[in-house]
Design a protein around this ligand. Structure first.
Ligand SMILES: *Cc1c(COP(=O)(O)O)cnc(C)c1O
Length: 384
């Protein structure tokens, strides 16, 4: 029996068409985009076209798109970039308790360097209250950073509404859209955000490639010093194959959205219904409706995540305890703590994240194997 991958939130395979689109740029078209000769101009043209494609996919202008080394760098650039460009002696940041570590750790780093930080709580479904954002804004607030979609429990935040509040208050807003892009429609103008981060390896593009959207007129500092690449905002010779791959993958993901999102949502709902029917003592975490179409996150009573995941892995099923970055951690994740999952239930958490490769047959096999595994592990712990 083949292996079943249900960890698309951790990373996705590079689509074969994306590999093909990148191929010429390792060898034949190897020029440095900053070189004025024909080799350089050829590479420059590829980067320019890729930038136009990414801009079109996000509803942005080409000069608002900056290529980076991934989601983490884009997030660091957005948050540190805005804070370091601000004139406040003690700038204030607002974020939420369920952000990815790239956001939380960057905010805490800035707090240690003299910034003020408000970390907003979320409700039991993982939602940030837009009114709480309004209430937290002070005259010192320079940036609000709230994620569009949570990587563990899949909850979607009301970013357009939060952005409206920020705009009224004259405060910039960044959103970590890494999990959202490719799963739900993402349009920077509709969202009304000033900055938005994404990562190519989460939508069937290459690893180590990201994009930062920064609305024209937004003031932010680069993190690196060096050449003038990316209009001086991100110096360093461009990763031309990576940039071409990112644009190709995004274009393809956006094109597939209308059909794939519904197909994957149906599979996900089949998985949730199957597990809820056949595994007692299982609770679905995250918002029941306002959630990513590919996310199903459960807390399972009476089992340990670690044992569950190892057992599933032995059966060829790849799932995750929550976030790939935290595997091996003994503490329940900060996200589960923030939504108030009792410690006992949080210890047995498992995230299934679906993607292009999954079929209904796979989902049915996972339901059966999951139910058997949970039953066996519960039996073991009872007899221990
Ligand atoms: C994966 C992820 C990141 C980090 O992106 P990288 O490209 O892996 O650095 C940031 N935020 C969220 C929500 C993610 O899922």
């Amino acid at each position: 029996m083949g292996r079943i991958y249900l960890d698309y939130a951790a990373t996705t395979p590079v689509d074969p068409q994306v590999v093909e689109a990148m191929r010429p740029y390792w060898g034949d078209v190897f020029g440095n985009p900053s070189s004025a000769h024909a080799f350089g101009r050829e590479a420059r043209a590829a980067v320019d076209t890729a930038r136009d494609t990414v801009a079109r996919c996000l509803g942005a202008r080409s000069d608002e798109i900056f290529f980076t080394s991934g989601g983490t760098e884009s997030i660091n650039l957005a948050i540190r970039g805005v804070v370091e460009a601000s004139e406040h002696p003690s700038p204030h940041l607002i974020t939420s308790a369920i952000e990815h570590h790239a956001v939380l750790d960057t905010c805490r780093y800035l707090e240690r360097r003299g910034a003020q930080l408000t970390v907003l709580p979320v409700d039991a479904n993982g939602l940030v209250d837009p009114e709480a954002v309004r209430g937290a804004i002070t005259p010192q607030t320079v940036l609000v950073s709230i994620m569009l979609a949570n990587n563990e429990i899949g909850t979607l935040q009301p970013i357009a509404e939060i952005a409206r509040i920020c705009r009224e208050a004259g405060v910039l807003i960044h959103t970590d859209a890494v999990q959202a892009v490719g799963s739900i429609p993402v349009d920077v103008r509709e969202l009304g955000v000033d900055l938005l981060s994404l990562s190519a390896h989460k939508f069937y593009g290459p690893k180590g490639m990201g994009v930062l959207y920064a609305r024209k007129g937004t003031r932010w500092q680069p993190l690196f010093r060096g050449g003038g690449q990316e209009r001086g905002h991100r110096p360093g010779t461009e990763n031309v194959p990576g940039i071409v791959g990112t644009a190709t993958a995004l274009d393809q993901a956006v094109g597939l959205l209308s059909t794939e999102a519904e197909r994957i949502r149906a599979l996900r709902d089949r998985l949730i219904a199957g597990i809820e029917f056949s595994v007692p003592g299982c609770r679905l975490n995250g918002h029941p409706l306002q959630r990513l179409p590919n996310n199903a996150h459960f807390s399972v009573e009476g089992v340990e995540s670690e044992a569950l995941l190892v057992s599933l892995d032995l059966h060829g099923i790849a799932a995750s305890g929550g976030s790939a970055c935290m595997s091996g951690a003994l503490e329940p994740s900060h996200v589960l703590q923030a939504i108030g999952v009792p410690m006992e239930a949080a210890r047995g958490s498992v995230r299934f994240s679906l993607g292009r490769g999954n079929t209904a047959e796979e989902i049915d096999r996972v339901i059966t194997l999951f139910a058997e595994t949970v039953e066996r592990l519960r039996g073991l712990s009872r007899s221990a």
